[in-house]
Design a protein around this ligand. Structure first.
Ligand SMILES: Nc1ncnc2c1ncn2[C@@H]1O[C@H](COP(=O)(O)OP(=O)(O)O)[C@@H](O)[C@H]1O
Ligand SMILES: [Mg+2]
Length: 151
């Protein structure tokens, strides 16, 4: 903790938790965009952030809590050098093989409604993605986006 009560290397942070109702996907996306605004992002950067978060939250809603409603938690942090850290966490079913799940076009959706491109989108629209998951315990996706320093 530093003098302002923030974690080390952190300039600001926000934590939100909400039930995995589909209506909350759009609300979460807007909340993250509102938080990112303090870094003065370009329109493209903001679009990337919203898209990546939308994919992560949608995965919690449709995969993690497939047959139930559970809690989704988003932890946002502004680190040094205009780096935005976004952690999206669920306590749902977990992913048996994270490496396989990250491969583009991989999907376990039986209805064929999903493209299997969620992780690929998160990865390409951010600078770094980490995925940790335990079957029966849940999944944590951490996305890092470095924003351009504008005058
Ligand atoms: N939060 C999660 N909880 C459980 N399984 C997940 C989660 N996120 C992703 N997955 C698994 O990883 C697969 C790939 O995810 P993704 O790339 O977003 O494709 P899609 O959602 O279109 O299937 C999903 O089909 C699902 O099996
Ligand atoms: Mg997906």
């Amino acid at each position: 903790m530093n003098k302002r009560g923030l974690a080390a290397n952190t300039q600001n942070e926000l934590k939100i938790s909400f039930p995995s109702l589909s209506i909350n996907e759009g609300i979460a996306r807007s909340a993250v965009a509102a938080f990112a605004t303090q870094l003065d992002p370009t329109i493209d950067e903001l679009a990337d952030i919203k898209c990546a978060v939308s994919e992560a939250v949608t995965n919690c809603i449709v995969h993690a809590y497939r047959d139930c409603i559970g809690v989704i938690t988003i932890n946002l942090r502004i680190c040094a050098d205009n780096l935005l850290r976004m952690e999206i966490k669920d306590r749902g079913c977990g992913i048996p093989d994270v490496e396989a799940a990250r491969v583009p076009l991989y999907t376990t959706d039986p209805a064929g409604e999903r493209s299997g491109m969620g992780f690929a989108v998160m990865e390409s629209f951010t600078d770094r993605m980490r995925v940790r998951s335990t079957v029966g315990k849940g999944t944590v996706v951490v996305l890092y986006k470095k924003l351009s320093c504008r005058e």
